[in-house]
Ligand binder design. Sequence first.
Ligand code: ADP
Ligand code: ZN
Ligand code: ZN
Length: 728
Amino acid sequence: MVVIRVALDVPIDTLFDYIAPDAVLQDVGFRVRVPFGKRFMIGIIMAVSHDTQISSDKLKQAETILRDIALPPVLIDLFEFCSRYYHYPIGMVVMNGLPSRMRNVRPLARSSHKLSLFRLTDLGRTIAPSSLSARYKVKQRLLTWLNEVGTINQIEARKISPRAPKILQEMQTQGWLKPVSGTWEPPLEISPFCAVPLTTEQTIAISAIQTEINQFNTWLLHGITGSGKTEVYLQVTSLLLARGKQVLILVPEINLTPQLEAIFRSRFPSTCLISLHSKLTPSERMEGWLQSQRGEASIVLGTRLAIFTPLPKLGLIIVDEEHDQSFKQQDGLRYSARDVAIFRAKQANIPIILGSATPSLESYHNAITGRFRLLRMSTRAVKNAVLPPIHYIDTRTHPLTEGLSEPLLTALDNCLNLQRQSMVFINRRGYAPVLLCKSCAWLASCPRCASRLVVHLKQKALCCHYCGHNEALPLACPQCGDQDLMPFGHGTQRIETALERFFPNARILRVDRDTIRRKGDWQTILDTIHDRKVDILVGTQLLAKGHNFPHLSLVGVLNADASLYSTDFRAEERLFAQLMQVAGRTGRTEIAGEVLIQTEFPDHPLYGALRQHDYDAYARLLLKEREITLFPPFSYQALLNAEAPEMTMALAFLNDANALAKPMNSIEIFDPVPAQMTRLKGLERAHLLVQSPSRKRLQFFLSEWYTKLRQIPNRKVRWALDVDPLEF
Ligand code: ADP
Ligand code: ZN
Ligand code: ZN
């Protein structure tokens, strides 16, 4: 009897056995259609065996094995590692790591198997786009693209026009195009070309990695903002492309992908590059996945989910802005794409580069203790560009009008007079404009979450930033009827309005989640900034990340203090990183920059280190504190989260869980407590923290505990383990 073990997308941590008389060992990794309950599901064959624990009367037969595309064994290993390490059902790990298209019962359309990368023929090269009549706009644009970039795939074509894929076929019939074959061809010109000579620090970093290019190493590229980390990525990438390898690049923000994509495309014009992120349609994602799996895509650029892309010729992983929290998924499989990337690099025995101006304390600790290899770049790459001086405006002596102090307003005014760009950055963590009744102190709060509703003046609405709840601004206080309702606190909209009043002639642009809703918004904003069509930018953390704003010469920071005295032990680390990053947006060219920070605590050690641009000093200070308090990286943590309609239920579950835990050496279990967000989307939330000085011990404990937790009967409580949690 032949039995297959199948991974299915169901919340039960096991593989499911089915009889499959025609299955052979080579079927591991193929999709299979099997009956499950009253329906059919698509799963992945994880093993083929001759025995089973299931009694023969319960064993069902698999319906069809779909032998179209197979998951490579290394990807299966990767999924198994994630399931084991994060204690999450294997079937859900596998099925959620794959494009949703693969879960469709119908076989994948033939067309998505077809090769979709095109290149100009000799004939095609002789045709000037401008020689075509204006009726052939799409054709013109495709030709222009092909002349500039070298190749085009169907995803790229569809971005030019929905009709483009069809027109590509037409051009092929005309003999202008030929499909690029599926086997890898050396790109025509791999140019590690860089118009400027490398800096000494770049050269050192690149040659260090180059000498060990064929083996696993975690390189921490700690380079200040503007030190030219991107150039290091490009140079090392070109080394691997020349060897026919694939390169995976992870970025934290979907908004950072187009910029980096453009840089890589222009440097490697004839290389097949695909970008993978959550805004792709299911078929685009499937297409990108297949191109990677077939080894056609040489560069894969994407957000965290891209870590699960099959890459048979993987030769290098780059994680840009490695400190960024968005590498960690906060629901479902709570994985850290950075950590999984390190596992994957080790598995493939290839180098991985973690880049940041402000590494996470975990990575920094690993680097100074020798587990990671540290590469430093401490000067700016552009000639004459220096880090901006940082000054503090003491808000105890400089009162605020509408959140803005006199010295900051003067500095903004000076910038305007000199026709230079400035930016007002608002640290919004825990400090958004809320609606307050002045007579009875009523505060608008979310009916479903333990959060205040945020005032959106322009839309005349109150919104919950956790669950999305939305309601109209009330005209009077629902508690006392008073009509004197006041927005309290300073959000981006309110600061924007205030700035408009102070500087009626300035061109002001607000950048936050609300202004970049639609696809393309972000690019428009970047263009506006680069074309100097804006004088003052107002925005949140979105503006702090990785962007290059060459004309920016002043940064004002509001509300920074809000994170200084937080209960979250990582709040200071984050604030410091964020302010270093914001400060890094300015002074990138010969135009000198300046940073002004409004604060009540100018003497705080964080601000002292920031003034010196001294990441190391502050990181070491924070590490000392963590060592004394035994917080990560000096311990390893796991959080058992529980959600229920009532807090007592969540706590009761956690107490049961606590009772089931076997006391173990060097494992510390804390009491259950309500979560920081005690209510979310109508559910009460609590958690229980487990901590250990040894990752191995913690994993050992969790494995045993997890098996028992799964047996606690509970209907109303939803629970999940979060290993290496970042949010509490
Ligand atoms: P980072 O990512 O380290 O903050 P970037 O890679 O964005 O820095 O580089 C900052 C700026 O320096 C960019 O405008 C880039 O073109 C420029 N640059 C990079 N390397 C060099 C170099 N060797 N010489 C001159 N300019 C450089
Ligand atoms: Zn009131
Ligand atoms: Zn809410």
